[in-house]
Ligand binder design. Structure first.
Ligand code: MN
Length: 257
C-alpha cells in the first residue's frame, strides 16, 4: 500500500502577533546611540508589532511638549513612522519625563496611559507601572514625586519660558551625573509589600515595571498563588525589552552598538 503523502502544504500560519514593552531609555542628546537604537527598533517592528508600550523615563529630561529641539523632533518622527505603519503606541510617565503631555503623545500617534494600567497581553493580564511609586522607602523621593505630579506645580513649571526650563533641565542633568543617579545602587528598590498590594488590588498575576534598573523576573507570593514581577532594564550598553505573545512574556536584551 502506497503511503499517502500529502503534497499540499499547510497554509503558512499567519504572522505571529506580538507586542513589545520598553522603559528607561533615558534618551539624551549626549548619548545618541540610544536614540539610534530606538529608531532601529521602531523601524524594524513598524507595522509588525501590534503594540509598543513605553513604561516611563523614555527621556532623561522632558521640560514640556513645546520643546521642539532637533533631538526631540527626531524621536517623535521615529514614533510617528511606527504608528503610521499601523502599530499602536502607548506611553507612561517616568520620574524624569513626568511632563510628557498629550501633545507629545498625539505627535507620535500614541496615547498616554495612567500609571497602573492593566492590559491583556495575549491572555496574560498584566499591571503596567513605571515603578517609582513602588519604592515607598525612599521618603525624600516620594515627597518630590507628590510635588512633581501635582497639576498646579506642573502648570507653574510649564508656564516658565522655554529657555528657563532648558537651564533647569541642564542643571538637573549635571546634578544627576554628579550623583550617578542612574546607577542601580543609587536607586532604591521596590518595597515587597507594596508590590503585593498593587498586584492584589489590580487582581493580576503579572506586574511589569522599570525604574529600578535591576532587570530580572521575580516570583511574588500572592494570597491566591505565585505571581510574577517583570523588571525591565535601563538602556546602557544593552537594550532591554519584554516580548509578549501567545506563548507568554520574555525579558530579553541585545547589544546597542
Ligand atoms: Mn525612573
Amino acid at each position: 500500500k502506497t503511503p499517502v503523502v500529502s503534497t499540499v502544504r499547510k497554509p503558512a500560519s499567519k504572522p505571529m502577533n506580538y507586542s513589545l514593552l520598553i522603559s528607561d531609555l533615558h534618551l539624551d542628546p549626549a548619548r545618541p546611540e540610544h536614540l539610534a537604537g530606538l529608531e532601529a527598533l521602531l523601524d524594524n517592528h513598524a507595522g509588525k508589532a501590534d503594540r509598543l508600550y513605553v513604561l516611563g523615563d523614555l527621556f532623561e529630561a522632558w521640560i514640556g511638549d513645546d520643546d521642539d529641539s532637533p533631538f526631540n523632533r527626531q524621536a517623535i518622527a521615529a514614533f510617528r513612522r511606527f504608528s503610521d505603519a499601523g502599530s499602536e503606541l502607548f506611553f507612561m510617565h517616568g520620574n524624569r519625563d513626568f511632563l510628557l503631555g498629550d501633545q507629545f503623545a498625539d505627535d507620535c500617534g500614541g496615547v498616554l496611559l495612567d500609571e497602573g494600567t492593566v492590559v491583556d497581553l495575549y491572555g496574560t493580564r498584566a499591571l503596567l507601572m513605571h515603578g517609582d511609586s513602588l519604592c515607598t522607602e525612599d521618603h525624600a523621593y516620594q515627597q518630590f514625586r507628590a510635588m512633581a505630579r501635582d497639576p498646579q506645580w506642573q502648570q507653574g513649571m510649564l508656564a516658565k519660558p522655554l529657555e528657563e526650563r532648558r537651564a533647569l533641565a541642564q542643571g538637573m542633568r549635571m546634578q544627576s551625573q554628579g550623583n550617578n543617579a542612574n546607577k542601580p545602587e543609587n536607586i532604591m528598590d521596590v518595597t515587597p509589600a507594596e508590590v503585593v498590594r498593587v498586584m492584589e488590588d489590580a487582581g493580576v498575576r503579572h506586574l511589569i515595571h522599570g525604574h529600578t534598573h535591576r532587570p530580572a523576573v521575580h516570583d511574588v507570593a500572592l494570597k491566591d498563588g505565585t505571581g510574577t514581577r517583570w523588571v525591565l532594564g535601563d538602556w546602557g550598553e544593552l537594550g532591554w525589552w519584554i516580548v509578549a505573545d501567545s506563548d507568554g512574556l520574555r525579558l530579553e536584551n541585545w547589544e546597542i552598538s
